[in-house]
Design a protein around this ligand. Sequence first.
Ligand code: NAG
Ligand code: NAG
Ligand code: NAG
Ligand code: NAG
Ligand code: NAG
Ligand code: NAG
Ligand code: NAG
Ligand code: NAG
Ligand code: NAG
Ligand code: NAG
Length: 819
Amino acid sequence: MWRKWGIMLVEILLLLMSGGVTAKTCGVISTESHTVQLGSPFFASCAVGKQFCPDLDQDVQVIWKLDRNIIPSKDHNDVQQNKSSIYFRSFNKTFAALYCYFQMDEGLQLMDRVEINAGYPPAKPTNLMCQLNLTDDRLVCSWQLGRNPLLKTNATLSIARTNKDCKPIEGKKYNCVPQPGETSCTIPRLEFHFTQKHAVWIVVQNELGSVNSSYLCVTPMNYVKLDPPVIKEAAPVISLPGCVRIQTKKSEPGSYIEQWYQLRYRKADENQWIEVQPTTKDSDELEYCNLSPATRYRFQVRCIRRFLEGYWSEWGSDASVLTAESAPIGKMKTWWRILKATGDGPTQIQLLWKALKKEEANSENPWYVVGISLDPYQSANVVCNTTSLNCTFHLPHGATGAFLWVYNTAGHSPVMEIDFRDRKIPGMPVSWIHVFPNTDNSLAVEWKLQAMAKSYVLEWRKSTQHLESDFNWKTEPDGSSFSILQDIEPFQQYTVWVYPIYENQVGSPVLINAYSRQGIPEFAPKLTLIRVTKSSAQLSWEPIPLERRHGFITNYTIFWADNDRTFSATLNSSLTRFEIRNLQPLGMYTVLISCATAEGSVNGSVLMIYTTLLDEIEIHVLIMVLCVASVMIVTGSLFLCLAKQGVKKKFWPVVPDPANSSMGKWSPVSHEVPKMSLNIREINQMITSDLTILEGWAVKKPPATDVTKCNPVSFEHKPECSKDNTEGPYINVADTVQYAKVITGGYLGQSPTSTSHLRSNSTQPLLSDISPSPQTYENMWFHSNNQEDSIFLIKDKNLSNFPLLQALKIQEDREVFSF
Ligand SMILES: *[C@@H]1O[C@H](CO)[C@@H](O)[C@H](O)[C@H]1NC(C)=O
Ligand SMILES: *[C@@H]1O[C@H](CO)[C@@H](O)[C@H](O)[C@H]1NC(C)=O
Ligand SMILES: *[C@@H]1O[C@H](CO)[C@@H](O)[C@H](O)[C@H]1NC(C)=O
Ligand SMILES: *[C@@H]1O[C@H](CO)[C@@H](O)[C@H](O)[C@H]1NC(C)=O
Ligand SMILES: *[C@@H]1O[C@H](CO)[C@@H](O)[C@H](O)[C@H]1NC(C)=O
Ligand SMILES: *[C@@H]1O[C@H](CO)[C@@H](O)[C@H](O)[C@H]1NC(C)=O
Ligand SMILES: *[C@@H]1O[C@H](CO)[C@@H](O)[C@H](O)[C@H]1NC(C)=O
Ligand SMILES: *[C@@H]1O[C@H](CO)[C@@H](O)[C@H](O)[C@H]1NC(C)=O
Ligand SMILES: *[C@@H]1O[C@H](CO)[C@@H](O)[C@H](O)[C@H]1NC(C)=O
Ligand SMILES: *[C@@H]1O[C@H](CO)[C@@H](O)[C@H](O)[C@H]1NC(C)=O
């Protein structure tokens, strides 16, 4: 019952697959084999069973497909003798499905399908070898397969007893089939004898063929691979520098076997092992020489059955040995510099040297000794005994050189003599040097070769570093004209010196500044207003500190702008002053400085400038005019007053004699007040040059001597002294503006206005730190509370801000201002 159902089910499925026609019997593919050698010809045919398919046309058309591709009809012959054949000249797919279809009215009808595998017959296995492991007594044989056959392929390893010629004895053999994918087999202990001959071979086969390996003749004990020996002790041989002695111990399972050993070693900081010739005796003590002194090495040992019967063991674990030191050889590179000197020559010297190369020092930790000897027949007086690479010492009078040598536990190097007289007369410098960036952290130096030079010394350090502080140096041999300086900080200026070294003489150094990389300055300088007039403004600035410049300043640009227009001027980077001209009177300007390096520029903060209405000279003229006018008014008033009081006593008005009047007592009490004179003979001079009086006012406490030389503006770092002494002292013109206003008003109104102290609305910074209102000493003429003396004063106290009246102060000791 179940079977019947099953058959029906199959029939239904076939019916569905074939689209209503019982295809299976209508067409059948036949091939020689479903496995074909890749690249070889392949033939297939699809037989048309018309007897089973009476509905088929007489000339049914057959369509072939290989995988999804229809094979063109020119590649196969049509249905003749009731079958269609197809022929591949060279079948080149490793796996493919071949389909046979009939062309029907309803479309293509699948008749049959076969799968085809293509590949190669197995190649002969090679490198068949066996290894005996004494730990687990197993014989493991392995081999290599040739070209991949691309087909399912199996291998069988066989081992058999042999006759004398190593031919297997028929019948008695053990077969081993490796795990799929493996190429080795383990033969159990029972299937072989340690010391008898066996034949071992492999048969490899697949559907395309079978191949046997050649026979391997194996006496298992001759194929033993021992476990490596253990290094018990490894130590330098002190009596023989460059030699080591190594104690080994055989591994347990093979300890009864006589063994030979091989040593290999490498320097601790290198990767390449160096193998030593194997020993030919079974001794557990190995000795090896030819090593460098004072060097750390790593050693490994392996073993083999004596007479090299078997395989080398793996290399055992490492042992590390530091070889013994031997006396240093070689000469240090030296350099020296004078730290202190008198007319006679250097008195304090720093001697510097470069560490000897490892293979010259023959020690990990060499010591250097510097000695000075006045008498060549006496032993040198040791001034340094050090592991560092420099020595600073006082050079005794009469000494002209020093001795330098290096020593270690095994001995010392030859003594070098350094002559300090070789710089007495400097030799020729190199004719040019060029320093340029190499990387961000290194500089390249190039110089012109100097005939006769034996070598060159390069010194370099950050330009900001103090002379006495650490510097770097290196030597370059004769004939070299190029060097790379490492460990350079970017954005920092370095100074590089090149000295040619001659026989018994050192050449003058040539120096140059350089950056490994430039950047934009950290900030632009702060602008300071020195003076401003109605049409000009004078500015100054401090150069940016070197370590914050980040590059060579190529130029400064000053920008100034009023409401409408912006102007600019580009200046040489060596300048620190600039005067803006052609400004409008009573104008407001914004000013800023931009500072450029090759990498870009940075702008400073904006400074506001207010130009004045009048120039100093105009103000001075005004002062004088007003001065004369005021005196006339006062004199006139006095005259009127006296006349009113009674003419009985005096007919003539008493014109006060300023020299003898009590005004003489009004001379300043404080010595802070600068001496001022307004001698009539000086007026001309005063008008044409700067008014030194006013200058004194601008400064609360001017330095006694420096006032005309140094700019008293307090800069962040230091006062800037004008290089040009002919340049006159400046005047706080901003304040002058205010007073000028006052004076003008008073003059016009014939009497000072009540708001006589008019301060400018300017927020312009004053040059010096002047408090908002004038100080008392500026106005002491008016500050006296002496009633008697106030007779000359105009009642309005606010007038006390009149500087011009102060200028009238009469000197006690000199000829007075006369009316
Ligand atoms: C082809 O098949 C038909 C029907 O079975 C048969 O009569 C005929 O003889 C066959 N022809 C050949 C050449 O075999
Ligand atoms: C396989 O053979 C076909 C037809 O001969 C050819 O077109 C194709 O390039 C061949 N492919 C390879 C991988 O050789
Ligand atoms: C190895 O392959 C051949 C051919 O495919 C087959 O006849 C034989 O039985 C296989 N042997 C084993 C051990 O699988
Ligand atoms: C391969 O070895 C088998 C026995 O394992 C043997 O029967 C056969 O003849 C050998 N074939 C060749 C080609 O040596
Ligand atoms: C021998 O066999 C043991 C245990 O399987 C293994 O630990 C050891 O490495 C083998 N020795 C060699 C030389 O292969
Ligand atoms: C240097 O110092 C070491 C120990 O500090 C001493 O053994 C050695 O003799 C000294 N060498 C000289 C030349 O003074
Ligand atoms: C001199 O040696 C000391 C100590 O090793 C070191 O710190 C210093 O940098 C050296 N000076 C120079 C200029 O090399
Ligand atoms: C800047 O001025 C200095 C000194 O006057 C001069 O040597 C230098 O050539 C000038 N540089 C430029 C770029 O004009
Ligand atoms: C100022 O320096 C910058 C940067 O090096 C440069 O590009 C520019 O041409 C210089 N300007 C003048 C006027 O030299
Ligand atoms: C600096 O200021 C000038 C004028 O205002 C402007 O043209 C320039 O772009 C500014 N430069 C930088 C780097 O901000």
